[in-house]
Each structure stands twice: as structure tokens, then as C-alpha cells.
Design a protein around this ligand. Structure first.
Ligand SMILES: [Zn+2]
Length: 105
């Protein structure tokens, strides 16, 4: 805020009387806007930082695809089968069975 104070002080010397009060009010408004701008920028940065980890590590609502019927299901409600060291997600038990039958036969 130091440059702004300097501007206010320089106007105090040059401008006098009513004009000075008018200028002071404008500068005060600009100062408030600058403060508001920094506060908003800081708030936005905080929100971005908070949402970052969630985006990096998908939770239970992350959508996974059933390889049999190609339907997308939330990971939290999907049927999980580990076949040959790889994890597969299915919409239902019948899809998981079909997939295992396909691999076996
Ligand atoms: Zn399915």
C-alpha cells in the first residue's frame, strides 16, 4: 500500500480545499478496490488449493467403465473383481460373471 500513500500525499500538496476532499475520496475508493481485489484473489487461490487434492485422487464418485456392457458406474457402488492382478469394475454381478466366463472360455 506504500505507493498509494505516496500518491495521496502528493495530492495533498498540489490540490487544496474542496478539490482535495474530492480527490481524497476517489483515492480512498481506489484503495478500497485494490484491497478488495487482493482479498478476492487470495480467497480464489485458497479455494483452488483446496480443490486440487480431490482432483488428483479420485474418490468414490469417480466413474469407472464396465468392460462387458460399457456402462459407467461410480467406483463406490461398482462390483470389484481382481483378475490376473488387474482390478475390473462391473455394474452388476452378472456382468462380472460374464467377464470371467469370457476369460475362461
Ligand atoms: Zn454391466
Amino acid at each position: 500500500m506504500e505507493p498509494l500513500t505516496a500518491v495521496v500525499l502528493s495530492h495533498r500538496i498540489v490540490v487544496s480545499g474542496k478539490t482535495y476532499h474530492y480527490m481524497y475520496r476517489i483515492l480512498l475508493a481506489i484503495g478500497l478496490l485494490v484491497v478488495l481485489y487482493f482479498l478476492i484473489r487470495r480467497a480464489v487461490k485458497k479455494i483452488k488449493e483446496r480443490s486440487e487434492p480431490e482432483r488428483l485422487s479420485p474418490g468414490k464418485n469417480h466413474m469407472v467403465q464396465d468392460p462387458v456392457c460399457l456402462v459407467f458406474v461410480p467406483r463406490g457402488t461398482a462390483i470389484t473383481e481382481e483378475i490376473g492382478g488387474q482390478t475390473y469394475y462391473f455394474c452388476s454381478r452378472s456382468c462380472a460373471h460374464k467377464f470371467q466366463e469370457k476369460l475362461a472360455g
